[in-house]
Design a protein around this ligand. Structure first.
Ligand code: ATP
Ligand code: MN
Length: 446
């Protein structure tokens, strides 16, 4: 049986109306002859207060022994709430206990650590924090599709099982039995970029949005072994166009999250990360800063900071460097461009200086790199030589090189780590807490 979700009832339910709602109890308080139940169905941060009077036929037999976690369906009248922070509450006329929850329900009122909650991933979406994270995650996904659809991009579905080796993107999980089944070694994809280039070179503007996998032993608060990536790719586009897209994209997505997730964001701001709302507002309103890698290195050298990893032209920027640049130097999102060729993938467009390539990383406070992208090398001979120099087999990438022979055009794109975006928007410290079922080294439960 379907009934309106609590979000609608709380926002629009009229005083005096009779409604039926269903959900789980976040708490139950039984006072003398009256019970107060805090009901939630996961649709909103706020719950609906249900007041259950002793006139209910099952009051003594069932209602009085209800505890946290039980599932109920309630029909009653919405009345004005005397409590503050809530417009209406529900006077129960009928209360059906759909599923009881005994006393050993693990989510009693006290606060639990996020580490503990990960061990009960089957119940953790019922908590305020994780419920809010998943609602924000949903709106973020919706906003991503909306942005690209409105900009005329076509959503391209790239394979998860792949024979290609997206060189440089990361270590891959091998498919056991892949060789036998497919007649060639197969792996789990680390990126849909190369396939997205095929899409862009025929449909002009495409994007991918799906799972990717990295078999890296990265035990950090920003890395998962399975995560979602968003990879737009545009033909007839250079790095400036790419950078401009990344900036408009991030700002539009944050704007929609701000518009649709007010209550959840207020919760994150109060309980998880002070200032997260102000930061999102700031980003949605302010143009990003840009600088080249060489400028960034010069700034870092002048900073007078004692970094754990030395700063040196030619070495990749470490997370501590990225964070200093975006958090302290420019105090807003920063796009760093034109990285040394030696630390970037073979497919990036070579600058005339013969030392750098048209790569960009978008850095944001707290997270560091949220987007990595580049203009792609579309000149056949330059690309082929670069592949030779890196010891890549031209045969393996025959189709990729061929794209550069038939109507090759400048093109560019980027990859956004979806969980990093959700992490940034919610202020959650650990990426494992913004994905329903985290996969990390040594852990793949559920
Ligand atoms: P990092 O240097 O942070 O490990 P990367 O340079 O390996 O990232 P890319 O290959 O550029 O990452 O991937 C594109 C985007 O995907 C990154 O900007 C980041 O947002 C996200 N990303 C990369 N690796 C992971 C991971 N292991 N878990 C979650 N998100 C990731
Ligand atoms: Mn990167």
């Amino acid at each position: 049986m379907s009934s309106p979700n609590l979000r609608e009832v709380l926002a629009e339910g009229e005083v005096g109306a009779t409604v039926t709602v269903q959900g789980w109890l976040r708490s139950a308080r039984h006072s003398k002859g009256l019970s107060f139940l805090d009901l939630t169905d996961g649709s909103s941060m706020a719950g609906l207060q249900v007041v259950a009077p002793p006139e209910l036929v099952n009051y003594e037999s069932e209602v009085r022994s209800l505890g946290t976690g039980a599932a109920v369906r309630v029909t009653g009248e919405l009345v004005e709430s005397p409590g503050k922070g809530q417009r209406v509450e529900l006077r129960a006329g009928e209360l059906e206990v759909v599923g009881v929850a005994p006393d050993d329900y693990p989510l009693q009122k006290k606060r639990h650590s996020f580490e503990y909650l990960r061990t009960i991933a089957h119940l953790r979406p019922r908590t305020n924090t994780i419920g809010a994270v998943f609602r924000v995650r949903n709106v973020a996904a919706k906003a991503i599709h909306r942005f690209f659809q409105e900009e005329g991009f076509v959503w391209l579905h790239t394979p998860i099982l792949t024979g290609a080796d997206a060189e440089g993107a990361g270590e891959m999980f091998e498919i056991e039995g892949g060789e036998e089944f497919f007649g060639r070694p197969t792996r789990l994809t680390v990126s849909g970029q190369l396939e997205a280039e095929i899409g862009a070179l025929s449909m002009s503007k495409v994007y991918t949005f799906g799972p990717t996998f990295r078999a890296e032993n990265s035990n950090t608060s920003r890395h998962l072994a399975e995560f979602w990536m968003v990879e737009p790719e545009m033909a007839f586009c250079d790095l400036e166009g790419d950078r401009d897209l990344a900036e408009r994209f991030l700002r539009a997505v944050f704007r929609q999250i701000l518009d649709e997730c007010g209550d959840d964001l207020a919760f994150f701001d109060e309980r998880i990360e002070k200032g997260v709302v102000a930061t999102l507002e700031h980003i949605a309103e302010t143009p990003f800063e840009h600088m080249t890698y060489s400028e960034a290195v010069a700034q870092l050298e002048k900073s007078g900071r004692d970094f754990e990893f030395p700063v040196q032209w030619g070495a990749d920027l470490q997370s501590e460097h990225e964070r200093w640049l975006t958090e302290e130097r420019v105090k807003k999102p920063l796009v760093v461009t034109d990285y040394p060729a030696a630390i970037k993938a073979f497919y990036m467009y070579a600058n005339d200086d013969a030392k750098t390539v048209r790569a960009m990383d978008v850095l944001v406070p707290r997270i560091g790199e949220i987007i990595g992208g580049s203009q792609r090398e579309h000149r056949h001979d330059v690309l082929a030589e670069r592949m030779d120099a890196q010891g890549l087999d031209r045969e393996e990438y025959a189709w990729y090189l061929e794209l550069r022979r038939f109507g090759s055009v400048p093109h560019a794109g980027f990859g956004l780590g979806f969980e990093r975006l959700v992490q940034f928007a919610t202020g959650m410290a650990n990426i494992r807490d913004v994905v329903p079922f985290p996969r990390v080294p040594g852990y793949a439960e559920f």
